[in-house]
Every structure is written in C-alpha cells, then in structure tokens.
Design a protein around this ligand. Structure first.
Ligand code: TPP
Ligand code: MG
Length: 342
C-alpha cells in the first residue's frame, strides 16, 4: 500500500514540534542551574529522539492513544499538551498537568490521548495492549502508539505482550527507540550479553508481525514506516514492531542535587563514562533537529528567515512555560493522597 508523503505544511509542522521538544528540554536542563533546587525529582531527556517521536506521532488521530517511558516529555508536547502545565508538573506545582503529584516521570494527559508513563522499564508495554484491546472492542479504527527503549525489549513483559497482541490482532504500534544505551550498558555490551539476536526488530518474527528497523533521526523515514504499521492496525490486521535507531545526546538522566547546590548536566556519559568522544561527536553532527531544519531550508520549503522566526517563536513559548511553572504554587499538603487507590 502506498502512503502519501507529508506535504510542505506537514513537514513544517514536524520541524515545529521537533524544535518545541528540544527547546522545552533545554529549559528543563537549564532550570537546574537557573533555579537550583526547583526540580526535586529525576528527569530524562530525549534529545536525539525528536525526529522519531514526531515522525511516529504524525499519524496520531483523535481517539488514538500513546504510552511511553520516563523519557517522556516529547510525546505529550507533540500531542498538544500545554508546555506550561508540563513544566509546572516537572516542578511539582499545583498547575501541573497532574496537579504536581506525578513529576517528570509520571506525565499523563488523558484528554490529549497520552495515557501515561512509568519509571518501571517495560511497564507501559502491557498497558498499551490493554488500551489497544479497548480500542478493538470500540471498533472505531483507533490505534495505540507504544514507545519504549531497547533495554525494555529484554523484559518479559515485552515478549508476553507481543505474543498476545499478535494472537488477538490488537491495533498497537510498538515503537522501540534504540538509543544505543541502557543507563551504563552500551549497545555492544547489550548485543554481547543481553540481546539474543540483532537487529532488535528481528524479535517481531517470533511473534508473527512485521518488524522494521528505521533511521530514527529522520522524521520522514519514521513517518513512512510507522504509517504502514498504523494503516495495518487501523485495518484490523494487528500490531507491528518498529525499531527506531536514535542516539542519546544527553546523559541517562540528571543527577539529583540537594536544593541550593548548583548542578550541571555532566558532559554526556558517552564521553565521561564510556570514552566514546568520536561516537558522540558524530552523533552531534547528525543531530536530527538542525539537520531537518537544514533540509527544509535547502529544499525551499522554508526560508532561512522563516526558520529563524520559528526558532524565536518556540523559544519565547518555552520561556513563558518556565516563568509560569516557577510562579505556580505547590499543591496543598492534603492533596498528597489524592488518586491513591490502594
Ligand atoms: C523493571 C526495572 N528494572 C530496572 C530499572 C532501572 N533502569 C532504569 S532506566 C534503565 C534502562 C532502560 O534502558 P532503555 O529501555 O534502553 O531506555 P532508555 O533509558 O535508554 O531510554 C534501567 C535498567 C527500572 N527502572 N525498572
Ligand atoms: Mg536505551
């Protein structure tokens, strides 16, 4: 089945979303030094994965759902969650999207189809199958986008879910974002010690579904393969597995510092821990955000001036989000047990 290529407007929208994600996360990073102590939990950034997130979610329609891991700021931003409410959530404030009770690792925005995230590696995968089962029962052609990391593909939950999703032909698209790292384990170590079979998309074969590896730094390439998987799922033909190859441009997560202690993200672990300066610098040269911007300018889809204006507009939007979040009050103490059911 042939897919329509994204129009110029759609490509500009993709770039806008990629820039918004990058700028938002730059603010998260900067907030650690500009407002020391205001972020009290862990944050995990997705810089390097913006093209994968935006390319995949370019097929999201109202009624669809998405779930992700703790590396989760990009998905709700791409789905329309207000960055002010997201930043307030990360700062644990009452105006946060989860009223300040979730923080960075537990962002949820059901109204926009973002069903949630988890700090437990692989936890969202069976949840996605549940949401897809509900969609199948509703019979409206809705699909579920399930994002997780390469490390999560070694969890039992991944294998059990792919099995049942295939058997029941659930409308779910499993997007494994392979960023080459699993906290302090590199791809090479994973390949040798933890992953029986490469590329990881080969796992799909065991569960009788399509499995494709794609360059996750190219939003158009991701949109193409995910588009086929979405069409298949909407047609009732079942799930697919996409291995989207990205690169983790930041450290695994921030280091939690006590309030008042200035904190910088360390130079990326690829250099400081693994001694992979060349690998890191090559990944920086292929940074998907400036690369896609350059591609649109070069092809005449966007003028240089329009691209600069877009950058400025997005930066201003995210400055407002930080100011809003910092000014937002903390939740009332009595709300601490709200939404606790057991
Ligand atoms: C069940 C479980 N086991 C171990 C951990 C510790 N842990 C946190 S992140 C992580 C790495 C996961 O790697 P990957 O799935 O590739 O995601 P990435 O962080 O690279 O996006 C691990 C092992 C955890 N949070 N949950
Ligand atoms: Mg990983």
């Amino acid at each position: 089945m042939s897919l329509q290529s994204p129009s110029s407007e759609q490509q500009i929208e993709m770039l806008t979303q990629m820039l918004r994600i990058r700028e938002f996360e730059e603010r998260v990073k900067r907030t650690f030094t500009e407002y020391p102590g205001v972020i009290r939990g862990h944050t995990h950034l997705a810089d390097g994965a913006e093209a994968s997130i935006v390319g995949a979610l370019s097929h999201f329609k109202k009624g669809d759902a998405a779930l992700a891991t703790y590396r989760c700021h990009g998905y709700p931003l791409a789905l329309g969650t207000d960055p002010k409410a997201m930043m307030a959530e990360i700062l644990g404030r009452a105006d946060g999207i989860c009223k300040g009770l979730g923080g960075s690792m537990h962002l949820t925005d059901v109204a926009n189809g973002f069903l949630g995230t988890s700090g437990i590696v692989g936890a969202g995968i069976p949840h996605a199958a549940g949401a897809a089962w509900a969609a199948q029962i509703r019979k409206k052609g809705e699909v579920v986008f399930c994002f997780f990391g390469d490390g999560a593909s070694k969890q039992g939950a991944f294998h059990e879910t792919l099995n049942i999703a295939s058997l029941w032909k659930l409308p779910v698209i499993f997007v494994m974002e392979n960023n080459g790292y699993n906290v302090v384990t590199t791809s090479e170590q994973e390949d040798a010690n933890a992953a029986a079979g490469q590329p990881l998309a080969i796992k799909a074969t065991s569960y009788v579904m399509p499995g494709v590896t794609v360059d996750g730094t190219d939003p158009l390439a991701v949109a193409e393969v995910v588009g086929h998987a979405v069409a298949r799922a909407r047609a009732g033909e079942g799930p697919s597995l996409i291995e989207s190859k990205v690169y983790r441009l930041s450290a695994h997560g921030n280091i939690i510092a006590p309030p008042g202690v200035p904190l910088h993200y360390p130079e990326h672990e690829a250099i400081t821990v693994f001694g992979k300066r060349e690998e890191y610098e090559a990944a920086l040269r292929g940074d998907p955000v400036p690369r896609f911007r350059g591609k649109l300018v070069q092809s005449g889809i966007l003028s240089g001036a329009a691209a600069d204006a877009l950058n400025a507009q997005v930066a201003a939007e995210m400055d407002v989000a930080v100011k809003f979040a910092v000014a937002s009050p903390f939740p009332a103490l009595e709300s601490a047990l709200d939404n606790v059911y057991a």
